[in-house]
Design a protein. Structure first.
Length: 289
């Protein structure tokens, strides 16, 4: 069983590397990738860990990288790259200082959007580094005021995740922000991953609120940005999976599978299993790993 999309305390997961490895072993995962956001440090740290003490399967170098393509903020999964060489580029591109400053600027721009569109917010609302993510801070604040409800659908009002994705992907959304100011282009990320020996996959396609998913995939492929697609993912319907399977077969693209496990943060999204007993076979990845 494979799980090529997981997170640890090196980004927004709750498990240490050792805990992730142990839980992967308990759930009978045989091929594992740690794909923390905008870093390859877990795979550098692995060099100092007695991995066999926790996990006897195969570990694939991985990472999940924020970037922008066609004005949409997406995440690209990289696999099989040299973590030391890629980390040098990551340190220049996704530094902690830049991250916090970027979040502060993002927060202020969301406040400005609220003001521009007459969405009520708490006076003198400030960015909170502990809460970290600006969209969640803004969401928690604007949903305190019932008069703001008229600006959003029920789905948006009741789900901060929907607000987040639409603010990053949909130029027509009332709180849309162009993230190209904050993150590198998908082309740059793809080029760097490949330069250091890796392959590139689009992560969780159906989480992005796009008008045409196949057209978006075509554009990524035609711009030589991706080698494959994360076909099997927690929460994808059987119809969505079948669509992506067919797309990859028709276009000679590689297929990947991942739960997006975050440890105890999202305990119902289990490593190797996801929400719906994924249990993806090694056969899915045998042509590229």
């Amino acid at each position: 069983m494979v799980d090529l999309h997981t997170h640890t305390i090196f980004s927004d997961g709750t498990w240490t590397i050792e805990e992730l490895l142990s839980n992967a072993a308990k759930n009978n995962v045989t091929t594992l990738a740690i794909t923390d956001h905008d870093t390859s440090l877990p795979h550098i740290k692995l060099k100092d860990i007695d991995v066999k003490k926790y996990f006897s399967g195969r570990i694939v170098t991985g990472g999940e990288f924020n970037c922008v393509f066609d004005s949409v903020k997406i995440e690209l999964l990289g696999y099989g790259f040299d973590p030391f060489k890629l980390q040098d580029w990551i340190d220049k591109t996704y530094t902690k200082n830049n991250e916090i400053n970027g979040y502060k600027k993002e927060f202020q721009e969301f406040l400005d959007l609220c003001k521009k569109n007459n969405i009520k917010t708490t006076p003198n609302l400030q960015y909170n580094e502990v809460q970290k993510f600006p969209v969640k801070i803004i969401y928690d604040d604007i949903t305190k005021y019932e008069e703001n409800k008229k600006f959003f659908t029920d789905e948006e009002w009741n789900n901060s995740g929907i607000i987040f994705r639409k603010s990053t992907c949909n130029p027509n959304f009332i709180l849309y922000r162009n993230f190209s100011k904050q993150y590198p282009s998908a082309k740059e990320v793809s080029n760097k991953i490949r330069k250091y020996g890796g392959k590139v996959f689009i992560a969780h396609l159906y989480l992005y609120p796009l008008d045409n998913y196949i057209e978006f995939l075509d554009n990524l492929r035609n711009n030589n940005i991706i080698d494959g697609v994360e076909v099997y993912y927690s929460g994808f319907s059987s119809t969505q999976i079948k669509t992506l399977e067919n797309y990859c077969k028709q276009n000679n693209m590689f297929m990947s599978a991942g739960t997006d496990c975050h440890g105890d943060k999202k305990p119902d999204r289990k490593i190797g299993i996801g929400y719906n007993n994924m249990n993806v076979s090694e056969d899915v990845i045998k042509n590229w790993l």
